[in-house]
Design a protein around this ligand. Structure first.
Ligand code: GLU
Length: 379
């Protein structure tokens, strides 16, 4: 890799605010013993701790449950039946979570397990729920360790590979960097094991049909963990404003190596996660309701603040939590659009009230803001 490209790559990781790191089974689980590759994992945990010490937030997407569990259950090598992999995951996930807890707690990092199923990122309401749990964990200083909930995921409704899961998590977390650690060091113009002329590609700035062809055919028809799923993950990440890097993670301190300009392929995003999210909110068709606000709230919104229930004078329409609504000022002019943290019914009850009163009024403790500023776009 040329020196400037390597330095640019290293800076993308070192300067990211929120980073998702995906670790493939082949790195985590020792082939010969079927156990966690503990010595290596400790060096990765040290890298994660160093990033957190610099103020970066880190989310782990870890594979390895099936590989760890199959050994313990004495399942024969080769392809497993669906119910066997579900059973293996049930056993292996405990070991996996335990390994992460042990290595990260040495650095005083609280570890949080999140097991996601397909619907948690693909269905809107569940997506919002998983997103807010993830944000809360990060805010409280924990390191979320995520895997697919393989024990209940069935063939038709699963991600199947953690590359795609990790990209969805990066999108959900509005992460600005996604790292895929695996046993390949990046993307080549052709399969390097078969073609001596295959060239390494350090940077991808647009996922063209040529790039997809280099990954070995269309991104959708290759199974778990291949280059095609990585390119598909790259598409999701880049569209979400997140830079993604593919690199070989087998050496010790794999994240530190990337920062130092180690060999990897970067998929470069042209925009930021915040811009993508705001564009998405602004472009949502047919907002389901209107929140009328007083002049104090209108001023606060224009100054970049969240919308609190106290500033809302009237609620129109029927909407659920997470639906898009329009915000209008006292003259009826549209000033913003955003995602409501409350249903229309609860928003009506909460309007004009102070955030501290909400729990008594609603009977549960929800968000202080009716629309959080991250979910709000001025129009
Ligand atoms: N979720 C699977 C596991 O933990 C891994 C999926 C993949 O290989 O990407 O074993």
């Amino acid at each position: 890799m040329s020196a400037p490209a390597a330095a640019r790559g290293g800076a993308r990781l070192a300067r990211a605010r929120r980073v998702v790191v995906k670790i493939g089974s082949a790195l985590l689980v020792e082939k010969s013993t079927g156990r966690v590759n503990r010595a290596w994992l400790e060096t990765l945990a040290a890298d994660v701790a160093a990033m957190r010490a610099r103020g970066q937030e880190v989310v782990i997407v870890s594979s390895g449950a099936i590989a760890l569990g199959r050994r313990q259950l004495g399942l024969a090598p080769g392809k497993l039946k669906l119910e066997e992999s579900q059973a293996a995951a049930a056993v292996g996930q405990i070991r996996l979570a335990h390994a992460w807890k042990e290595v990260l707690e040495q650095h005083d990092c609280a570890v949080a397990q999140m097991l996601l199923t397909f619907g948690d990122t693909e269905e809107r309401r569940r997506y919002l729920n998983a997103r807010s749990t993830l944000n809360t964990l990060l805010k409280l200083g924990a390191v979320p360790v995520i895997n697919e909930n393989d024990t209940v995921a069935t063939a038709e409704i699963r991600y199947g590979d953690n590359d795609r899961l990790a990209a969805r998590v990066a999108q959900m977390a509005s992460a600005d960097c996604l790292v895929l650690l695996s046993d390949v060091d990046g993307l080549y113009t052709a399969d390097p094991s078969r073609d001596a002329k295959a060239r390494f590609i350090p940077e991808v700035t647009g996922i063209t049909p040529e790039i997809e062809a280099m990954a070995g055919g269309s991104a959708s028809d290759v199974g778990s963990g291949g280059m095609a799923t990585k390119v598909l993950a790259g598409k999701i990440a880049v569209a979400a404003g997140c830079n993604m890097c593919i690199t070989a993670g087998r050496e010790q301190h794999p994240l530190r190596r990337i920062e130092a300009g180690g060999r990897c392929t970067w998929f470069v995003a042209k925009t930021s996660p915040q811009t993508v999210r705001k564009q998405w909110i602004a472009g949502l068709l047919q907002p389901a309701g209107v929140l009328h606000v007083d002049s104090g709230a209108a001023k606060a919104l224009r100054g970049g603040k969240s919308l609190l229930p106290a500033g809302v004078t009237r609620v129109e329409g029927r909407f659920d939590r997470g639906d898009a609504v329009i915000v209008r000022d006292a003259d009826g002019a549209e000033i913003a659009r955003g995602l409501s943290a409350y249903s229309s019914e609860d928003a009506r009850r909460a309007s004009g009230r102070r955030s501290q009163e909400l729990e008594a009024i609603l009977g549960y403790r929800g968000r202080d803001e009716l629309i959080h500023r991250d979910d709000l776009v001025l129009t």
